[in-house]
Design a protein around this ligand. Sequence first.
Ligand code: CO8
Length: 377
Amino acid sequence: MPTIVITGTGLFTPAESVSNEALVESFNTFVQRYNDAHASEIEAGECEALAPSSAEFIEAASGIRRRYVVDREGILDPERMVPRLRERSDEEPGVLCEMSVHAAREALEAAGRTPADVDCVIAACSNLERAYPAVAIEVQDALGCGGYAYDMNVACSSATFGIQNAANALQAGTARCVLLVNPEVCTGHLDFRDRDSHFIFGDACTAVVLERSDDAVADERWEILGTRLSTQFSNNIRNDFGFLNRTSGSHAGSRGDSGGRLFRQQGRKVFKEVVPMVAALITDHLDQLGLAAADVSRFWLHQANLAMNQLIARRVLGRDADEKQAPVILDEFANTSSAGSVICFHRHRADLGSGDVGILCSFGAGYSAGSVALRKH
Ligand code: CO8
């Protein structure tokens, strides 16, 4: 079997960012206006007053301090609370394509490759901007890659599932150089009027180049020792936005243009159910590879919640992990869905040496979880 390696990664970060404080100020203005407008119904017990949010709660409950966003002004406008992106013509690249191209160019440069070397593009992310044509095919065209391209969605686990698909294609010989992109405009699917979740997500895009080791030209190579994926159906994280919404009629227009079909979750249940699932996945994966937890120099974990990551690392290691062993980018980026663990890998690997092993791990809606064991050449 040919050895498959990651030879480059890239990251696109939107220019604008929003702090917890700014987000909470906008949210609390919305709450005040809502409560003022409904004062008599609230007084009569016909409707419930909305509760304010708090920047202290957000940081303590999640570890998030700020997030990069594609549009700050639209999100923070208490009369709108939705990012404002201009409508694009069919002839212009879509927003996901544009982000992907930026991240892809950085990843290709790191890999010592040009777009012409790529013969498979996979766009793996939580929220595709349209049903078709595939964003990946648009990226393939915008960059000038050959071969074939397709989209896939396994929510926050899209990147690790995409890495497995890429490795499979390279091993089977159906591709020689795969470009994986993870464009995430999470703020487009977030209900900024929902106190429980308005702070959770940010926007970003990552890219990963994968090749057979005997084809690779880059000096820095991360061998894929193995991948392990797991899914278990749950309604605790859902987004029902889709083309069938218009068929029921009942939801259309009830909560804005989306018909209320946005991200929603039972955060506590997710926390309790996903932590053991992911810890078991990583432990089983290490067993399968004949590795001990102590052999792992770094855990590039999905970035959804700081306490969740600390707990997963503690279960796997049998002790607390320090920030070096399980780095955090959540404070700066918030949850960027599939991009999160790849941002972590992109930012926190330069200090590792030849032979060092790390685990890239994602988890999220589905439930879905993926573990990719990597060793530096
Ligand atoms: N400000 C102040 N107080 C608040 C706020 C707020 N904003 N929100 C809740 N509270 C209060 C509650 O009212 C409650 O008060 P009380 O105790 O008096 O009832 C108290 O704080 C505690 O509330 P919770 O139990 O809800 O708070 P938690 O400690 O559980 O923290 C979290 C909430 C941070 C959401 C936490 O549960 C968590 O992170 N869970 C894990 C979630 C997770 O990992 N989800 C994965 C989602 S990503 C994914 O896979 C889908 C991809 C989607 C793509 C992007 C689309 C947008």
